[in-house]
Design a protein around this ligand. Structure first.
Ligand code: MTE
Length: 337
């Protein structure tokens, strides 16, 4: 196991009170190298809303490009999807898109939250997804299938990162269960492994950070991915996903820490055995398989008892299963989580 301290980024985010005393750490956490900030939590908001002019311009252009890209050209008419009223995070406020598109974890591009700076022009069309392992017949599908197989709906979900920040996001897509059924798993399939894109040439993180087990991969029990909350996201805020949020598609598992919601997937594999997972493979003492949000189970290096909302900046208590306990706790009766 490597004990390299790259993952102190999370630690800084996980202990913001301390981090706010440290301007350098705050800037790094926010990915705003050029902004002058005092050590005050409310200035965190200023960092998001101000940036320097270049940052703002580039961010705007990046979004513009993402939305005018081929994905938007071809599938933009499917959005906004009709909201499924069953899923709501009220009374919490929606996190502004200007924040969720500029404060990202996508280590293939950058470790500094400023992913939006590096994503411009990344090709997402054509895009192939391979279905393999314990299925009736292995096959491939592309974006036409992904966007048109099932009707799209919008769901408002809470999202909680293991770094102790949280947000509220409108995702568009469809229940993951539908895709799993489409794959026709055999009775012997008990787990699912999904794999993100591998592209050393164009993904700077994969080229540079060789100590990590690229490509990014995640794993789940079959009953987790067929739970009604497990979601395939093809859009966010009523349009196709910008690259920094995981274009052309990702999973959203809202009761788990955010790292169990992998982006830009290219493979789905059905297995009998529990599959390995990226962060567990990299840091087995720090990240487990289930990774359900649990305020009572601290990360070895920080508490999970509270979280910081990256929009309102409110610090609040962390909810077990990120507030989805009623729905999912039954999946884990008598099991570690
Ligand atoms: N997926 C890939 N392929 N690579 C990543 O680095 N980071 C994860 C998850 N999915 C990650 C990923 C983590 S740690 C989090 S918190 C969420 O993406 C962040 O999602 P967001 O940037 O859309 O908020």
């Amino acid at each position: 196991m490597t004990t390299r301290s790259d993952w102190d980024l999370p630690e800084s985010a996980a202990t913001p009170e301390r981090a706010f005393q440290d301007r350098r750490m705050l800037l790094r956490t926010l990915g705003f190298g050029g902004v002058a900030l005092a050590a005050s939590p409310f200035l965190l908001r200023a960092a998001f809303s101000r940036g320097d002019e270049d940052d703002e311009k580039k961010s705007g252009e990046t979004k513009e490009k993402a939305l005018n890209g081929e994905l938007h050209q071809k599938y933009g008419a499917l959005f906004p999807a009709k909201r499924n009223e069953k899923y709501d995070f009220a009374p919490r406020p929606l996190t502004p898109e200007s924040i969720t598109s500029k404060y990202n974890n996508f280590y293939e591009f950058s470790m500094e939250k400023d992913v939006w700076r590096y994503v411009e022009g990344y090709p997402v069309d054509p895009w192939k997804v391979r279905v393999k392992g314990l299925v009736e017949k292995e096959f491939e599908f592309g974006l036409e299938e992904l966007f048109r197989w099932f009707p799209l709906e919008e769901r408002l979900y809470r999202f909680r990162c293991v770094e102790a920040w949280a947000m509220q996001v409108p995702w568009s897509g469809f229940p993951l269960r539908k895709l799993i059924e489409k794959c026709k798993p055999l009775g012997s399939a008990k787990h699912v492994r999904v794999v993100s894109v591998l592209d050393e040439e164009r993904l700077p993180g994969q080229k540079k950070d060789k100590h990590w087990p690229w490509p990014y991969f995640e794993g789940y029990r079959l009953d987790e991915v067929t739970h009604e909350l497990a979601f395939v996201a093809l859009g966010i805020y009523g349009h196709t996903l910008p690259m920094q949020n995981g274009a052309p598609w990702r999973l959203v598992m809202p009761w788990k820490y955010g790292y169990k919601s992998p982006k830009s997937l290219v493979e789905i594999e059905f297995t009998e055995e529990r599959p390995p997972t990226f962060w567990n493979a990299a840091y087995p003492r720090e990240y487990g398989f289930y990774s359900n949000v649990n305020p009572k189970r601290p990360h070895p290096r920080w508490s999970q008892a509270t979280e910081r909302d990256i929009g309102s900046l409110e610090r609040r208590d962390t909810l077990p299963y990120n507030g989805y306990g009623e729905e999912v706790a039954g999946l884990y009766t008598g099991k570690e989580y």
